[in-house]
Design a binder for this molecule. Structure first.
Ligand SMILES: Cc1ncc(COP(=O)(O)O)c(C=O)c1O
Length: 377
């Protein structure tokens, strides 16, 4: 069996976890949590990083602190893993789904611009959706598969239409746009360290921000909003969204390996593309020259993608279809979806992700390539 994307535990993970076990610092405070936050902030070029229990909780708290209120609309690409759409609902808002660009598969900023121009107005420093009168408070660019949209244009629109930018950079740790790391562009950036991400803590996440006051508030909200060192006095509704020291220890070790993981992901990416690009119908997402992509999960368009998936499955090669677009899911199908020709729908039907763990051998990559070539032969 060649798995899709599994953790690569090959550095100081055992050593640091043993340190936690030996010293008893296993729970929600400890030096590894502090180290993980410091390393994450430095790597992503932000002033502060707040460790969380996962990427979804990072998104939830970011939304609360960005001022997203019940009944607001929050702009989201229609192709995404479901977590940011759920987080929008957690705060009582609804996603406003925008189709993705057919080449990059990221939030289509030209389409968004058209939508804002045609269907929205700015009054009293606030953006409103004209047809419903609802406030649009934020936009979440999800850096799908580690790639990034045209951030310059997106940030310009955000200023023009008074939208907070919360980056879902969960898949893009190590990606840069014009030399700046994913996650540092908006009021908040969110990371995930779940098992299939480029580094993992088993489960974990991070809130990135350059705003020191918001960083304090984020720490406060993620730690049950305890407002007194001694007394159990909680001054608002808080959340138990902490990352535990034991997992942060894994994270610190994984961060040491991250540069080599990024290199390996890029290598795998090059190998697949070189070998598969002559197959009819094959197409990868476009990475513009502004983006240096971490190549997190190798995904391409294939003719008869579902049949190919079944064929590879029989051969013990694990693959994965793309996420079902948000507008097709029961919880979001009532929400606004703005599109010209449903790029999300067609990409979803044709895409397949291939095995690309950082510890996959070249031989296994060749086995996958040969199996795909056989299928088309
Ligand atoms: C785009 C995206 N957003 C959010 C998340 C949520 O992260 P987590 O699973 O850590 O909650 C993930 C990954 O799982 C993701 O791929």
């Amino acid at each position: 069996m060649i798995p899709l994307s599994v953790p690569n535990i090959s550095g100081n993970e055992w050593k640091y976890v043993k340190d936690c076990l030996d010293t008893g610092w296993v729970s929600s405070v400890g030096s590894y949590v502090n180290q993980m936050e410091a390393v994450a902030a430095e790597f992503s070029g932000v002033k502060k990083a707040i460790a969380t229990s996962n990427g979804t909780s990072a998104l939830h708290v970011s939304m609360l602190l960005a001022g997203v209120k019940p009944n607001d609309l929050v702009i989201l690409p229609n192709i995404t893993f479901v977590a940011p759409a759920n987080a929008i609902k957690y705060v009582g808002a609804d996603p406003l789904l925008i189709d993705v660009n057919e080449h990059t598969w990221q939030l289509d900023v030209d389409l968004l611009s058209q939508f804002l121009q045609d269907q929205c107005t700015v009054q009293d420093d606030t953006c409103y959706h004209s047809a419903t009168g609802r406030r649009i408070s934020a936009v979440i660019p999800v850096h799908v598969l580690g790639n990034m949209t045209d951030m310059d244009k997106l940030l310009m629109l955000a200023v023009q239409y008074r939208l907070q930018v919360i980056e879902d950079a969960t898949e893009a740790l190590g990606t840069t746009y014009k030399g700046k790391p994913a996650g540092c562009f908006g009021i908040f950036g969110c990371l995930s360290y779940n098992g299939n991400k480029i580094i993992t803590t088993g489960g974990g996440g991070m809130i990135l921000t350059n705003d020191l006051d918001l960083a304090i508030k984020a720490k406060h909200l993620t730690t049950q909003a305890k407002a007194d060192d001694l007394e159990y006095y909680h001054d608002e509704i808080g959340y138990n969204y902490r990352m535990v020291n034991l997992l942060a220890a894994v994270g610190v070790a994984q961060m040491e390996l991250l540069p080599s993981f990024i290199n390996r992901k890029k290598e795998i990416n090059r190998k697949y593309t070189a070998a598969l690009s002559s197959i009819q119908g094959f197409r990868c997402q476009k990475i513009t020259e502004d983006v240096d992509c971490n190549c997190w999960l190798y995904t391409a368009v294939f003719d008869n993608a579902r049949q190919l998936q079944r064929y590879l499955d029989v051969k013990g090669i694990q693959t994965r279809p793309f996420w079902v677009p948000m507008n097709l899911l029961p919880a979001f199908k009532q929400d606004i979806y703005y599109t010209r020709n449903d790029v999300a729908g067609s990409i979803y039907n044709q895409c397949l992700s291939l095995p690309c763990s950082t510890n996959i051998s070249d031989k296994d990559v060749d086995t996958v390539i040969e199996a795909i070539q056989q299928f088309y032969a």
